[in-house]
Write a protein that binds this ligand. Structure first.
Ligand code: FAD
Length: 324
């Protein structure tokens, strides 16, 4: 059966598999035999969870270079592991790091690279990736003509589902031969970002994003995000104004998100903003201008002043929670 490699980074969060990783494992299982390639330690709980997602083969490396340098050594690990198992495909997260790994692995394996995939299917033994393009108005299919295909898959495109029959996962250590020139920039120190208590934007099931309409006060957006257990996103107008960190920016020059629910608040819906959120499963827009372009892609629209709409929504959600 086709080996489909899924890259898993355990260096910064050992002991847990992210929701995005479980989605990739589910997608890999649908396309062939999932093989996990892990940077960092594989703890017993992680090994058991990999088995429950149908993984029987785990290749890992704990070499220091993987943590001390940026992306390049991880790409070396993935390429060498993929060659070892004669993988027909490599799946990575659709984050900036995942896409850079995809590009480097593509060069090393002479493989076609497909980014921003929203679904994977099979056609006569070859992997077909679906992409949502032109502000979500078209779905295209892409297929590599090379022996190996590298695909970065958007978060929440696939629902994470354990295998009907779990596997017994076994770990094989991999000794990666790093070429010094390939290691790239070395990390000399790390400063952990203060925890917000909210989910990560790239990984969140629900995102509440605010724009210029907030006029500098993100409190209503944060309150709605907190009652929904959502991440907070923003338009570039809001991040450029310094109202919220640039790491929260969604769009062409920010993050690409694809949550189950995206609530757009006081954002006009410029094409560069849509580029980062148009594949969200359900889009709710709150804007006081009924002609705002965001309503063209919204599943539900509320025309009104956000400073009145959001507090009412928060109060109603809290009231219903209290009742149930
Ligand atoms: P505006 O366009 O000013 O819209 C504000 C909206 O708030 C309006 O629709 C208004 O009706 C509404 N509003 C105002 N007050 C209220 C209220 N009280 N209640 C309800 N609604 C209210 N933008 C991004 O977002 N992400 C990107 O990654 C990005 N990359 C870019 C890259 C390039 C190369 C360029 C040129 C631009 C990029 N932009 C990006 C900018 C983009 O073109 C828009 O300028 C930006 O998205 C506008 O942000 P906004 O919708 O918050 O502001």
């Amino acid at each position: 059966m086709n080996a489909i490699v899924v890259f898993i980074d355990q260096l910064n969060a050992p002991g847990t598999l992210s929701g995005t990783t479980l989605q990739l494992l589910t997608a890999a299982r649908g396309a062939g035999e999932p093989v996990a390639v892990v940077a960092g330690p594989v703890e017993p709980l992680v090994l058991a969870e990999l088995g429950s997602y149908g993984v029987s083969r785990v290749l890992n490396s704990e070499q220091a270079e993987l943590g001390e340098y940026l992306i390049a050594p991880k790409a070396d690990l993935v390429a060498q592991a993929a060659a070892t198992v004669s993988a027909s495909a490599v799946l990575v997260e659709n984050s900036a790091a995942g896409k850079e790994i995809a590009a480097r692995v593509g060069v090393m394996l002479h493989a076609g690279v497909i980014t921003d995939a929203v679904a994977l299917t099979h056609d006569g033994g070859s992997l077909v990736a679906q992409k949502s393009v032109l502000a979500g108005s078209w779905t295209t299919e892409a297929r590599a003509t090379s022996a190996v295909t590298v695909v970065s898959v958007k978060a929440h495109s696939v629902e994470a589902t354990p295998a009907p029959v779990p596997s017994v996962a076994e770990v094989e250590g991999v000794e990666v031969a790093f070429a010094p020139a390939s290691l790239g920039a070395r990390v000399v120190s790390r400063t952990p970002r203060p925890a917000s208590g909210r989910p990560e934007l790239d990984d969140a099931r629900i995102v509440v994003a605010g724009g210029r309409g907030l006029d500098g006060d993100f409190t209503p957006v944060e309150e709605l995000a907190d009652v929904l257990g959502a991440a907070v996103g923003a338009s570039r107008a809001a991040t450029d104004a310094g109202w919220i960190s640039h790491t929260s920016q969604v769009g062409q020059t920010g993050k690409t998100v694809s949550p189950q629910l995206y609530i757009s608040v006081g954002i006009s819906g410029a094409i560069q903003q849509k580029a980062g959120m148009q594949t969200s499963q359900v889009i709710v827009a709150i804007n006081k201008d009924s002609e705002s372009p965001v309503f063209e892609i919204a599943d539900f629209g509320i025309v009104g002043d956000l400073f009145q709409v959001l507090p009412q929504a928060v109060a109603e959600i809290k009231r219903r929670r209290a009742e149930s």
